[in-house]
Design a protein around this ligand. Structure first.
Ligand SMILES: [Mg+2]
Length: 318
């Protein structure tokens, strides 16, 4: 199958199924055209996932597509943006129709779920890898950054942490039990916190999505903001499945394992009380921003500060 046949058959339908009023032209020309209204800023981010590094060998194509698009979209959530469109660069060992059909299905489901239109792309022959660039918009000047955390701010995270990292141990289990399944769902189908990010745009003083582990990603906020933080590890939200399956290791996974795609945000104390109910429900306060640089961990296990560890993109193979 040639490149143009492949695009026509599997990807052009995706561009046509969901329009976005600001995406004026999608697949079929030299460039896509996106209109940015004067009262909005464009935010964009690119993410590459490589077989054997970011997802296992022989991983279901539907899941490869879903995870890659969700991971890229999570960066939009971290900026408080509303998704508009994405471009896809797909490198494939061979153009296998059944594989491509399943991949396109996963891409379509995920794109629909997060409100993204496919704007264009490129396909090449080579070792399997997926690169996705996402575009989103945010009201002018209100995009969340890593750099605004101020001493006294509350550090909060969404959801529960560590589940996706723990799931790596169960990827090859032939018939996972319900607890293992709960963790695997977090790995296979991450859900970027888009609504939460949007609600916090202009409210949170800083934000990041947790892709490499809480310690590492909160560390990025601290560095960009020129501050430090203390975190009570006993307050870090852990799922029942994680606690039951991983026991004493649950906290380490929450601190240092990646792929959760929850948000870590800082919020000025006076604004914390006034957050809308649906925002508060998604957040757990785990610590405070302080003046002295570095991340200080305290709590049940009396953890030492080893915030430098995180997911190392060059350090392990799946
Ligand atoms: Mg990110």
């Amino acid at each position: 199958m040639g490149e143009f046949d492949l695009i026509r058959r599997f990807f052009a339908p995706l561009a046509e199924r969901r329009g976005h009023p600001d995406l004026l032209l999608a697949i079929g020309d030299d460039c896509a055209i996106e209109r940015i209204t004067p009262d909005h800023d464009l935010v964009f981010s690119i993410d590459t996932q490589v077989e054997g590094v970011h997802f296992p060998h022989r991983y279901a194509p539907r899941r490869i597509a879903g995870r890659a698009l969700a991971a890229a979209t999570s960066d939009l959530a971290a900026m408080g943006a509303t998704p508009v469109c994405f471009t896809l660069a797909l490198t494939l060992p061979q153009a296998e129709p059944a594989w491509l059909s399943d991949f396109a299905k996963g891409l379509a489901e995920t794109a629909d779920r997060f409100g993204l239109a496919l704007a264009g792309g490129d396909t090449t022959r080579g070792p399997l890898s997926i690169t996705i660039q996402v575009h989103g918009t945010v009201a002018r000047g209100r995009a969340l950054r890593r750099s605004g955390a101020t001493p006294g701010d509350i550090v909060a995270v969404s959801g529960t942490l560590g589940d996706a990292g723990a799931a790596l141990d169960y990827l090859d289990v032939p018939s996972p039990d319900p607890l293992e399944d709960a963790l695997l769902a977090r790995y296979h189908s991450p859900v970027p916190r888009l609504e939460l990010g949007q609600a916090l745009a202009g409210v949170a003083s800083s934000a990041i999505d947790i892709s490499d582990g809480l310690a590492s990603d909160l560390g990025h906020i601290l560095e960009a903001s020129g501050v430090g933080a203390s975190v009570d590890t006993g307050r870090i939200p852990l799922s029942d499945a994680l606690k039951q399956l991983k026991g004493a290791n649950a906290l380490q996974l929450a601190l240092h394992a990646g792929d959760d795609y929850e948000l870590c945000v800082t919020i000025p104390g006076q604004d914390w009380q006034n957050l809308p109910g649906f925002v508060r429900e998604q957040l757990t306060a785990i610590g405070r921003i302080e003046e002295g640089a570095g991340l200080r961990l305290s709590g049940v296990n009396g953890c030492e500060d080893d915030s430098s560890r995180g997911y190392d993109h060059f350090g392990k193979d799946l």
